[in-house]
Design a protein around this ligand. Structure first.
Ligand code: IPM
Ligand code: MG
Length: 359
């Protein structure tokens, strides 16, 4: 069976890191049909829209999307609906990619690259599961208006709406509990139930769903405390499940514990296991085209794609083992370089992973 993959490189370092991931996929000789399409600022420049109809169509018709990154300062002054970020938000919404997996794993070779003390992060393996299609990101109404109440009636104001429906919370809770069953059997649900109605509801619904998973330990944590615990005692966490906005913030924080945002893959899945796979880092336009970007997060995202959307577990494990091997061999792109290791370019890193696969 041929698997159809949409390849959306995007902006900044997107094209160069995606090229390395494609090289790795090619080396596996799987039955994949890869097709590329522009997205983000690159698509705006070429077609006047960050998510052109043809790109969306390709994404919808594919089993999985391999995504680079979007965003560039040159597009910051565009109207919101034309900004590169709208491409990723639009894909999430159009394909219903509600379950976002963001692992934060500290590789033993990179323990010293973390800004935290090595003993706090050695062996760290957290999985953040972020709800991705609800919350204040998508809640209506939103906009600008003249206030009729509040502290300054008559003043200009802006507003967004935080909301979650019960089925939205239930389905992400199930995803989290089932993921925990395959790992450390612990779920921490992060909320702000002490202040927000939406997140008291979140907590109640997650608690209810948790009763169906007696083998998984559930605890609840306020988001401010979770932000603190992540840097105080990160290894206390196994699976963290939270809403869209808190998950955005906490996953960036967690990624830094590992010392290298350049290493972290992510997956965003819908209920049909169709998924979008992208590195957790952004488009880094400041280093684009210099051959210094780390392609490993994208290569590891391709591994997640094989595992979650295509059911090709063996191939996924091969890629992950090849990445371990190049790290053990001391190869490092500049973001993870330290004395005594070998500095390599984006392309050399991709070549080394391919060589490790073929060894
Ligand atoms: C992320 C990013 C996006 C988000 C932006 C680019 C819209 O920060 O994937 O975490 O806020 O979700
Ligand atoms: Mg983010």
């Amino acid at each position: 069976m041929t698997h159809k993959i949409a390849v959306l490189p995007g902006d900044g370092i997107g094209p160069e890191i995606v090229a390395e991931a494609v090289k790795v996929l090619d080396a596996l000789n799987l039955d994949l049909e890869l097709q590329s399409s522009p997205v983000g600022g690159a698509a705006y420049a070429a077609h006047g829209h960050p998510l052109p109809e043809a790109t969306l169509k390709l994404a919808r018709e594919s089993d999985a999307i391999l995504f680079g990154a979007v965003g560039d300062w040159k597009y910051d002054s565009l109207e919101r609906h034309l900004r590169p970020e709208q491409a990723i938000l639009g894909l999430r919404k159009a394909l219903g990619l509600f379950a976002n997996f963001r692992p934060a794993i500290c590789y033993k070779e990179l323990t010293h690259a973390s800004s935290l003390k090595p003993e706090l992060v050695a062996g760290l393996d957290i999985l953040i599961i972020r709800e991705l299609t609800g919350d204040i990101y998508f809640g209506q109404p939103r906009g600008r208006r003249v206030a009729t109440d509040g502290h300054f009636p008559g003043a200009e104001e802006a507003f967004d709406t935080m909301r979650y429906s019960k089925p939205e919370i239930e389905r992400i809770a199930h995803v989290a509990f089932q993921a925990a069953q395959k790992r450390g059997k612990k779920v921490t649900s992060v909320d702000k139930a002490n202040v927000l109605e939406t997140f008291q509801f979140w907590k109640d619904v997650v608690t209810e769903v948790g009763k169906q998973y007696p083998d998984v330990q559930l605890d609840h944590m306020y988001v401010d405390n979770a932000a603190m615990q992540l840097v105080k005692e990160p290894k206390r966490f196994d699976v963290v499940v939270t809403g869209n906005m808190f998950g955005d913030i906490l996953s960036d924080e967690a990624s830094m514990l590992t010392g290298s945002i350049g290493m972290l893959p992510s997956a965003s899945l819908n209920d049909k296991k169709q998924g979008l796979y992208e590195p957790s880092h952004g488009s880094a336009p400041d280093i684009a085209g210099k051959g210094v970007a780390n392609p490993l997060a994208t290569i590891l995202s391709a591994a997640m794609m094989l595992r979650f959307s295509l059911g090709l577990e063996d191939a996924a494990l091969k890629i992950e083992a090849a990445v371990q091997k190049v790290l053990a061999d001391g190869l490092r792109t500049p973001d993870i370089y330290s004395e005594g290791t070998t500095k390599v370019s984006t392309r050399e890193m991709g070549d080394a992973v391919v060589a490790a696969l073929q060894a």
